[in-house]
Write a protein that binds this ligand. Sequence first.
Ligand SMILES: *Cc1c(COP(=O)(O)O)cnc(C)c1O
Length: 465
Amino acid sequence: MNWDEFAHWGKHISDWSAEYHKTLRDRPVRAQTAVGETAAQLPTAPPEGAEAMDAIMADFERIVMPGITHWQHPRFFAYFPANAAPPSMLAEQLVNTVASQCMLWQTSPAATEVEGVMVDWLRQALGLAEGFTGVIQDSASSATLSAVLTMRERATGYTGNRDGLSDKGHLRIYCSTEVHSSIDRACWVAGIGQANLVKIPTTGPMYGMDAVALQAAIRADIALGHTPAGIIAITGGTGIGGSDSLGPILEVARAHDLYTHLDAAWAGSAMICPEYRDEFWADVDGFDSIVFNPHKWLGAQFDCSVQFLRDAAPQLNTLKIEPEYLKTTGDAVTNYSEWTIPLGRRFRALKIWFLIRSYGLEGLRLRIRNHVKWAQELCEEIRTLDGFEIVTEPILSLFSFRCAGDDEMQQRLVDALNDDGRIYLTQGAFEGQKIIRFQVGQFDATRDDVMMAHKVIKEVWEQIK
Ligand SMILES: *Cc1c(COP(=O)(O)O)cnc(C)c1O
């Protein structure tokens, strides 16, 4: 492909993209294709000869698009949002074009320096104390793994990487029962093991970790000769939004000199609104590591996960490796690949710069405040629906409900709603029962989009009950 053809197709795809977004409301939210349907339309072997771009593009529309679930659909209420605001998409197009590897300062000084400033803009936006630095990772899972590795190394006097773990006994990590599965997986791959991830029961209206039970569990582990290594707290758990009360957990951590990590992957974005901080983030500045995903609620296209560090040294002592070919000479610089597990890095900060400048923090706050308000309004509507009960009240913009009937009936309703296509919801679990989750957070959602869910749920329920 030459650059004139590239320009032609670039314009075509840009027009196609705008049209796609303008007509998104008319499409079913969840893909309606059957298992294997897409693969069956692809040739089983790669072509030997070149094919024309118009044929490739036509097949993209014909074969691929029907099998896409529309995450940017304004009536996407499943999982959590993965918002891609238009300015962040444009920034990604530029990043795709320049296609730099941003592993070291010298491999693209601007990428490193914009990243440093964007992490600090976001620190201020979230109301975190001065002194936090940070790094942009691909996902919260990677940031949490980095933190767990840091817990491991710190608790073993930084000997785990060197000597292995065979003589380290039982390193123990603590979290609540409401955490995301990425915490379990981080403990698996860090060599801690599922059996040494201690899940503490929750208490109170926010389903936060019981700090008294946490203290007791740590004391019991020490009595058994185990080595407590760290605590992982959560703001906005995936199931129902469970959020820990941070101060009491930090007190326990300090008493036992434990490293602390806070997973706010979803709910962290809401902390750009100062009014939520007292309830969710009192004492947050005491955490050693905090992760939140601008690629969820805030609007920075996937992938974009920010990890803040109160002191970067423990993580650098854990992950930094400097073979000769990566050494840089001259003035001291930040090389962000030393802060993370992968060496290669995309230029992710650019989309944050485009996003924040295009909307201003006030524009982003307005969306989040609306989402929280509309989720509460819809929750009240569903509460009055015959045969329905609210199981967990809204935590920010997430609540859960059940229809009359057993767990199988909940799944039938979810599947029927998603087959209907006007809205998209997913199920979850709470206290041993299946629940139906509802979260509001799509960037372009309007109040009408949200309130329409009431009508759709009512209609579909009448058909299947
Ligand atoms: C989404 C989510 C994660 C995982 O985020 P990734 O960036 O996909 O790894 C972890 N924790 C919570 C609370 C989440 O909502």
